[in-house]
Design a protein around this ligand. Structure first.
Ligand SMILES: C[S@@+](CC[C@H](N)C(=O)[O-])C[C@H]1O[C@@H](n2cnc3c(N)ncnc32)[C@H](O)[C@@H]1O
Length: 107
């Protein structure tokens, strides 16, 4: 769960990320109950105004966490679901920060 102290002067993003976390976990569970591969696409990934070195306070960080949690809980229910995240970003500086997270994510 995102930590409120990472969102000073951008508390609206905290609310967005809480909604996103709940929505994505429910969506991934529903989708993973019927399909064997989930591909998550973020077309405007950032990072943007992140104060966390592992980007837990960004939309894509929340999404990657939800994919990992859903993968584990689906596995416990006998479903081996392949997860892929495609993170798209046009700004070169942001893209450089994003690349290690993006490359690392494929289960
Ligand atoms: C508001 S920020 C993203 C915030 C991010 N979702 C987060 O929670 O940290 C919007 C991002 O979209 C990127 N962007 C804008 N237009 C784009 C485009 N046409 N293709 C890819 N990325 C784009 C910007 O460089 C910026 O990093």
């Amino acid at each position: 769960m995102p930590a409120l102290e990472d969102y000073v002067d951008r508390e609206q993003a905290y609310v967005k990320h809480i909604f996103l976390e709940r929505y994505l976990e429910a969506l991934f569970h529903k989708t993973g109950s019927s399909y064997s591969h989930i591909v998550y696409v973020d077309g405007f990934a950032g990072p943007w105004q992140s104060s966390h070195e592992t980007f837990e306070d960004t939309s894509f960080g929340v999404a990657l966490s939800a994919l990992r949690k859903s993968k584990v809980s689906l596995k416990l229910r006998g479903r081996d679901v392949h997860m892929t995240a495609l993170l798209v970003e046009k700004h070169p500086e942001a893209h450089t920060k994003l690349a290690p997270c993006s490359r690392a994510f494929q289960t």
